[in-house]
Ligand binder design. Structure first.
Ligand SMILES: Cc1cc2nc3c(=O)[nH]c(=O)nc-3n(C[C@H](O)[C@H](O)[C@H](O)COP(=O)(O)OP(=O)(O)OC[C@H]3O[C@@H](n4cnc5c(N)ncnc54)[C@H](O)[C@@H]3O)c2cc1C
Length: 472
């Protein structure tokens, strides 16, 4: 089989991981990036002894593919593990409370009333299943009751995914819990069966970053000899030609026209929608209708002795009911002590999202002052920070809102018509770095299958079959 010419659009983690898995298969691949740097949302910065991240700060892994990639990229020695004994906090009744990570732990904690605990423990007796497209709130209330939703799941969904549990689709946001319900009739039963019989590590994930932050992972992937990265190339238009795809782009040197057999677009959904609308109006509209939440990431460096809280956890998440305009705060220097100079700490706040998009309209000073006031109250901070860094993302994370799986299925149906066209952005298959790396591997599989079908078809052996690039 002769190698297909593959071009990947976007050098964020989604694009680089697709390129990396292709290169591992011996396929040389070009990555076009519109900016002057690679990494997309991910960017680690070292300044005044602090190491900060503009987006992903840690990788929570339970997939072998990630271990494989880290090993092949020679990053094993650079891994920095999060200490195992850190607590997790939520803001509850106006104070930070430790939140257990198991159903049994929740049932013993003071976070739930006696009624809430009984409802939680009765999950195995709930037999009815939800409607397709039910929201996270509907799903969790149906299975575990309202208290569990408000105390644990709401802060998790809005704090880590910037989403609104009332609008986010359960099957898209909590796929593992939905799968347990489908397979075992109840989540509790599913966890028990897996623990007792299959001994699968359901909740045991490996959480880590790298000595140089997440950019070290990005740079190591980009260094693969099979990957050729071309920066400052912004794809503007896509057309079909006899062998595949004709691409029209702007570069700093002027216009660029090139063709390829297989095209992978990993740019955000609205960009993909704009690029593909002239080819297929419906596909373009479906992609453009995917909403994103604006987000800000605010880092504050401080003297350790000026903070009263022991900071003996990963940080805290905030429930909607708490009424605080903060989605969460990670204690980065508790997770990774090397991230702050000796005697100092680094606190990272996540702001905006679907819950408070209006915060992104505030000027920097106001956003910083407001967050500082909340943190001072909650953590007992007595001084102004001596280091501040703020990142804004107008399109922070895609919101898996509405009947999202149905939308992805429709996108897939349109995509079936275009052999050699693949979509691999973080609006499908999960937003985390772990899932982006995994999705890159799945996209690679599709690309190789398409190439094989095309090759066979040249000799009249096999007709092209519909295939699906987007995980639904
Ligand atoms: C604030 C925040 C915190 C997060 N924290 C975590 C975390 O702790 N752990 C975790 O696992 N995940 C985390 N995530 C999620 C993760 O960082 C993102 O989902 C991921 O980085 C997105 O990568 P991507 O490649 O899909 O998209 P992007 O990073 O957006 O990359 C897309 C690339 O395409 C390029 N592009 C766009 N249009 C064109 C064009 N026309 N031509 C060429 N190139 C183009 C862009 O310039 C960009 O480089 C976080 C995200 C945010 C926003």
């Amino acid at each position: 089989m002769s190698d297909p010419k593959v071009i990947v659009i976007g050098a964020g983690i989604s694009g680089l991981s697709t390129a990396w898995w292709l290169a591992e298969q011996g396929i040389s691949v070009e990555v076009w990036e519109s900016k002057a740097r690679i990494g997309g949302k991910i960017e680690s910065t070292s300044n005044s002894g602090y190491l900060t991240e503009s987006a992903a700060g840690l990788l929570v892994n339970f997939r072998n593919e990630i271990d494989q990639l880290i090993k092949r990229c020679n990053l094993t020695q650079s891994k920095r593990q999060r200490p195992g004994d850190l607590k997790r906090y939520v803001l509850h009744d106006n104070r930070l409370c430790c939140v257990p990570m198991t159903i049994g732990g929740m049932a013993r904690s003071h976070l739930l009333s006696r009624r809430g605990k009984l409802r939680l423990l009765g999950e195995g007796l709930i037999f009815h299943h939800g409607e397709p497209g039910e929201s996270v709130s509907q799903f969790i209330q149906r299975r575990f009751g309202r208290e569990m939703l408000h105390t644990a799941i709401d802060p998790f969904v809005s704090g880590t995914l910037a989403s609104d549990p009332d609008l986010a689709e359960a099957a898209s946001v909590l796929p593992r819990l939905k799968a347990l319900e489908e397979q075992y009739g109840s989540i509790t039963n599913g966890i028990l069966v897996n623990k007792l019989w299959k001994r699968r590590r359901i909740n045991k994930a490996d959480t880590f970053s790298f000595t140089g932050g997440m950019s070290q992972l990005i740079n190591a992937m980009a260094d693969h000899p099979g990957i050729h990265i071309r920066k400052n190339i912004s794809l503007q238009r896509v057309e079909r030609n006899r062998n595949g795809w004709q691409l029209h782009a702007y570069t700093s040197m002027g216009e660029l026209n090139e063709s390829c057999q297989q095209l992978v677009i990993t740019a955000p959904a609205d960009v993909a929608g704009r690029l593909l609308a002239p080819l297929d109006r419906n596909l373009g509209q479906l992609l453009s209708s995917i909403e994103y939440a604006p987000m800000a990431v605010l880092h504050m460096g401080l003297e350790r002795r000026q903070v009263r809280h022991p900071l003996d956890g990963t940080g805290f998440l905030v429930a909607k009911r708490a009424g605080v305009k903060l989605n969460g705060n990670l204690w980065m220097s508790s997770l990774f002590p090397q991230r702050a100079p000796a005697g100092k700490i680094l606190l990272t706040s996540y702001l905006g999202g679907a819950r408070h998009p209006e915060l992104l309209q505030l000027p920097d000073e106001q956003l910083i002052e407001q967050t500082q006031t909340e943190l001072s109250r909650l953590l007992g901070i007595e001084v102004d920070p001596d280091y501040i860094r703020l990142h804004r993302h107008s399109q922070g994370l895609p919101l898996y809102h509405g009947h999202y799986q149905a939308k992805l299925a429709q996108i897939n149906i349109r995509l079936h018509q275009y052999s050699g066209l693949h979509l691999c952005g973080n609006y499908a298959g999960g937003v985390s770095v772990r899932e982006r790396i995994y999705q890159g591997k799945l996209a690679t599989k599709q690309i190789l299958q398409t190439a094989k079908r095309k090759q066979n078809n040249l000799y009249g052996i096999e007709q092209p079959k519909p295939y699906s690039t987007i995980p639904v």
